[in-house]
Ligand binder design. Structure first.
Ligand code: F6R
Ligand code: MG
Ligand code: MG
Length: 370
């Protein structure tokens, strides 16, 4: 029977400011999920902090979008919010945009990446958790894992990967989706996902006729856009992803390889700046310099009938020291631009920040030019 892995996250208060998640939050979440595990609702769980986001990894047999599982996550975030209020943490309950749970956390503030699949004989799963950036930050690394032969050697030399993959891409402005085949439609895929604030990869599927069922995803990314729910800027949607690896899929090292390049993502200070994405070990999952730079952690597991064996802190490795050093250099270079684009985001992307309020005040100062 199938297993579901759900990664549900929310920022329910930071310590200090938007830097990281308090230990009290981690403990409360662990306590609440332990009860759910004892009751048999979930098979297993792990709790993480990605910057100021509280991250719940849960395994169960309830499928995706399960009301019970989403309610468990919501209740956990609400309990953490109570603590945040008590401790006067910063932005208590920030991502809980609704007062009451109504069946599903999607559209209510928390970010969700979940997939249901048939657990293989050995099932490596990697949970990626980012802070101070947006869902489109996953476009480049996910594309490279599943479509770029310069990243993933298996696409060239393993017959099980050679046919490529299917990408489900969402237009998050128009609320539409499209399925595209790689490598056949690679240039069209890139035409879309290069515009990462609008087109985001939601899922990746194997192709028909391969080793794995074509209707079971092999990667999934959270694509919630908070400002579309709240109508104004309330954090940068700090995305998460789940990626399965090995035996007909990219190897763990091929899944991690794209993160060796600290590509520019939008987010960072006030959700308004471009900066490098820095892969860090769990203990560096706190955003400091200019509320950043944007960061990603990776937790590696093997599944054993839904039991989570791990995590392994995958970026806790000197193999990523060069990347981190490069990210720091890029951060320095970008910072020197101060309020100038392209460090600061272009006007269109600033629409939901506080900038329009400043612009409004200047409106009357303008006169026509002859
Ligand atoms: C970015 C982020 C922070 C805040 C910044 C200002 O996603 O959360 O950079 O935008 O610290 O926060 P406020 O306006 O709450 O003082
Ligand atoms: Mg925050
Ligand atoms: Mg955050």
């Amino acid at each position: 029977s199938k297993i579901t892995v759900s990664l549900i996250k929310a920022d329910v208060g930071g310590l200090p400011g938007h830097v990281t998640v308090a230990d009290e939050h981690i403990e409360k979440a662990q306590e609440n999920l332990s009860i759910a595990k004892d009751s048999g609702l979930i098979i297993d769980f792990r709790v993480f902090r990605a910057g100021d986001d509280l991250e719940l990894v849960m395994t169960h047999k309830k499928g995706v979008d399960s009301e019970e599982i989403h309610k468990l996550a919501w209740d956990t975030f609400e309990k953490a919010t109570e603590i945040a209020k008590e401790l006067k943490l910063y932005g208590a309950g920030q991502d809980l945009l609704s007062d009451a749970f109504s069946g599903n956390v999607r559209g209510m503030g928390p970010g969700v990446a979940e997939m249901e699949f048939t657990e293989r004989g050995a099932e490596p799963v990697i949970a990626f958790m980012m802070d101070k950036t947006e869902p489109g930050a996953f476009n480049l690394p996910i594309f490279r894992m599943f479509a770029d032969p310069f990243n993933t050697a298996g696409l060239v030399i393993d017959p099980n990967l050679h046919n490529g993959f299917v990408f489900e891409i969402w237009d998050i402005y128009e609320h539409k989706r499209v399925l595209m085949n790689s490598p056949e439609e690679m240039y069209d895929i890139l035409a879309l996902i290069g515009a990462k604030s609008r087109f985001v990869i939601k899922r990746v599927f194997p192709k028909e006729g391969g080793k794995l069922p074509a209707d079971e995803p092999v990667a999934v990314i959270s694509t919630e856009k908070l400002y579309q729910i709240a109508g104004e800027y309330v954090g940068k949607d700090d995305p998460v992803a789940l990626v399965r690896a090995q035996s007909g899929l990219p190897a763990v090292g091929e899944v991690l390889e794209p993160f060796a390049f600290p590509h520019l993502v939008s987010g960072w200070m006030r959700g308004s700046h471009n900066g490098p994405l820095m892969p860090v070990p769990f203990h560096y999952s706190k955003c400091t310099r200019f509320d950043g730079p944007p960061r990603v952690i990776a937790a590696g597991f093997q599944l054993a009938n839904g039991r989570l064996v791990g995590p392994v802190d995958l970026f806790d490795d000197p193999a990523y020291d060069y990347t981190r050093q490069k990210a720091v250099e890029i951060a320095e270079y970008m910072r020197r631009h101060g309020p100038f684009e392209p460090h600061r985001l272009p006007m269109e992307d600033m629409e939901y920040t506080t900038l329009p309020k400043v612009m409004d005040r200047l409106k009357d100062r303008f006169e026509s030019i002859e």
